[in-house]
Design a protein around this ligand. Structure first.
Ligand code: ADP
Length: 157
């Protein structure tokens, strides 16, 4: 039987516990999860792509069969390159739905071999986003419990 590989794409700037919740839900379902950091999305990211890849790698390694890579260009082409049959996306609130629905259908049109799978996080993470984490940290607020300890440490430096 062929291995079930999924790609979980995003900016992860920075990685937070909502992302980790989705990763943990994927691991029992797929044989391997390729967490893919999108390059060149934001002009002024908090962390470089290399720093994000490194942090993801350190945090995800003990969780199970995850690989971390960065990519640019079409996500469905990247999925093909790594042999993935699924793209995983997290759905927080209804506000995510419109955009995700459009992307999923466009990606299916571009490459019908790759299926998009949506996952819901624990309710307590359903309001969490990297943008909010950065805003709170920028204003001196406490985000412990919302990001992994390694990310918390790096946000403070
Ligand atoms: P953000 O910057 O909004 O946190 P990313 O681009 O890094 O988002 O998100 C990568 C993927 O993780 C997307 O599929 C996004 O919907 C999902 N995601 C982001 N935050 C959460 C969360 N709190 N709960 C579940 N999924 C999430």
């Amino acid at each position: 039987m062929s291995r079930r590989i999924a790609v979980y794409p995003g900016s992860f700037d920075p990685l937070h516990n909502g992302h980790l919740d989705i990763v943990a839900r994927c691991l029992p379902i797929f044989d391997e999860l390729v967490v893919a950091v999108l390059q060149n999305e934001e002009k002024q990211p908090r962390f470089s792509v290399d720093q994000r890849v490194e942090m993801l790698h350190d945090v995800l390694r003990p969780m199970g069969p995850c690989r971390v890579e960065s990519f640019s260009g079409l996500l469905v082409d990247f999925a093909d390159r790594v042999g993935a049959s699924a793209i995983v996306r997290g759905l927080r609130a209804l506000s995510d739905f419109d955009y995700e629905f459009q992307m999923a259908l466009m990606n299916r049109r571009l490459n019908p071999r790759v299926e998009t799978v949506f996952m819901m996080p624990k309710e307590e993470y359903s309001y969490l986003s990297s943008r909010l984490v950065k805003e709170v940290v920028g204003l001196g607020g406490d985000v412990s419990g919302l990001v992994p300890p390694l990310v918390l440490e790096r946000l403070r430096t």
